[in-house]
Design a binder for this molecule. Structure first.
Ligand code: GDP
Length: 451
């Protein structure tokens, strides 16, 4: 467990500098053997030293060596970071040299795993490190940072502590089963579980938001061929990604692109027209459009203001309402008609635009934001972004509901103690009080090497 591990910590490829990272009991001595400069063994923690990295008599590179002494390092072990010139050749040579000298190549996520096993943070926080590295926008960054700093862990630990108290009281009653004693008031236990349930519901509900923060809000754009879907997509993305053409039904493939609105990622999915068709290829496209509508968080239906009859628009709105999810009706080609010809006035479901001149596109963006309920997102809130945590929270909730049922049905203490233990188990899974080797391997294998 304390053997010296080594990996490139910076991104692979050519760079100004690259950082090779070492961690483990003997890593300072190991680096010192190869480092011609001050003796790294006698240097203070968090100090940086310039020197030559030598392979025998051969100068591999001039490097800066940063020394960290346990427990004041990321892994809480002795660590060394060698900043070298950022050539993949130099990096490989240095890593090979270190491996020849006794270090071992680190597994993916092994530095973070050691940090977790040495008590730097709990499992949920360790997982947030991976999310933080993967974050691409403000919302994903804020939630990952919050979680890494203990957001969800603190909530879970609070809940767990309260339950542990009751569990121990009930276990105590088991010891006195001959006598008719009640250390844990059933009324208080019920009240506590109900309180915990409120928090659990909040956390469980936040997963939907957490999921879109992490993966992007899927918005599907549908409408008849030539309504202007590709043009609108281009206007939103402000670049030419989709194919724009005058021939009906040319956008056969689903095109997906990402757009950042107020720091949140939105995934726009352009589909083939929802037109009844005998054309084989297009029929497949229509089927996929239906499927994309099922999967989307928001449906944007685009129609041509200059050609669509109000009857059809009305039917379309009915169809969208029947789907039971947030939708926006967008009347396009405003530039082609006289203002007074617009049959509908704008409301929370409807906006008229010109994708071509970008008139109204900003109003549409605002509507997309409110319709996808992103107003609920506050950067400081605890948001569940991890499917594993979500599952454990749902399992906790089910176990606690069993406890409540048990109280009502006056089940015996040993069964009740068991149900509470189940709930504690599931809560413990989130923060890592309860783990298995498989679970850890599964979590850390998703990290990159060097983290
Ligand atoms: P799609 O089939 O729904 O993807 O439609 P396209 O984006 O390919 O557009 C079809 C045609 O309508 C193209 O010739 C566009 O230039 C034109 N078009 C799209 N939006 C507008 C608009 O706001 N005003 C006008 N006048 N033409 C538009």
């Amino acid at each position: 467990m304390n053997d010296t591990i080594v990996a490139l910590a910076t991104a692979p490829g050519v760079g100004a500098i690259a950082v090779v990272r070492l961690s483990g009991e003997n890593c300072i001595a190991l680096a010192a053997e190869l480092f011609a400069g001050k003796d790294l063994r006698t240097q203070a923690s968090h100090s940086v030293h310039f020197g030559n990295l030598m392979d025998g008599d051969y100068l591999v590179d001039e490097v800066l060596a940063t020394v960290f002494k346990n427990p004041h390092s990321f892994t809480k072990e002795d660590s060394v970071e060698l900043s070298c010139h950022g050539s993949p050749y130099i990096v490989n040579r240095i890593i090979q040299l270190l491996v020849r000298s006794g270090a071992r190549l680190a597994e993916p996520g092994e530095f973070t795993q050691r940090a977790y096993l040495n008590g730097r943070f709990d499992l949920a926080q360790a997982e947030a490190v991976a999310d933080l590295i993967a974050s691409e926008n403000e919302a994903a960054h804020a939630t990952a940072l919050n979680q890494m700093r203990g957001g969800i862990s603190n909530e879970i630990k609070n809940l767990r502590e309260k339950l542990v108290h009751f569990a121990s009281m009930i276990e105590l009653e088991l010891d006195f089963s001959e006598e008719d004693v009640e250390f844990a008031s059933r009324e208080e236990l019920k009240a506590l579980i109900e309180k915990i349930d409120v928090v659990l519901v909040q956390l469980i509900d936040s997963f939907q938001l957490g999921n879109v923060i992490k993966n992007g809000v899927p918005v599907v754009i549908v409408g008849k061929p030539n309504a202007g879907k590709s043009t609108l997509l281009n206007a939103l993305l402000e670049e030419e990604k989709a194919i724009v053409s005058d021939i009906a039904g040319t956008t056969r493939d689903i095109i997906e692109d990402e757009l950042n609105i107020n720091g949140v990622k939105f995934r726009f999915i352009d589909t083939a027209g929802l037109r009844e068709t005998k054309d084989q290829i297009e029929a497949i496209g229509v089927e996929r459009a239906e499927q994309k509508m099922q999967e989307a968080s928001l449906i944007m239906y685009l129609f041509d203001l200059s050609t669509e009859s109000s009857e059809v628009i009305h039917q379309t709105e009915q169809m969208l309402q029947d789907k039971g999810k947030p939708y926006i009706l967008v009347g396009n080609k405003l530039d082609k008609i006289e203002k007074e010809e617009v049959a509908l006035s704008e409301n929370e479901h409807y906006v008229s635009i010109s994708a071509k001149s970008k008139d109204g596109v900003d109003r549409l963006k605002k509507l997309i934001w409110t319709k996808s309920q992103m107003d609920n997102f506050q950067p400081g809130n605890v948001v569940v972004t991890n499917a594993r945590h979500y599952q454990s929270l749902v399992n906790t909730q089910n176990s606690l509901h069993d406890v409540l049922k048990g109280i009502d049905n006056k089940i015996t203490n040993d069964f009740m103690a068991q149900d509470i233990r189940h709930a504690l188990h599931f809560l413990g899974e989130i923060t890592g009080e309860i783990t298995t080797d498989d679970l850890l391997a599964n979590i850390f294998s998703k990290f990159c090497i060097g983290k």
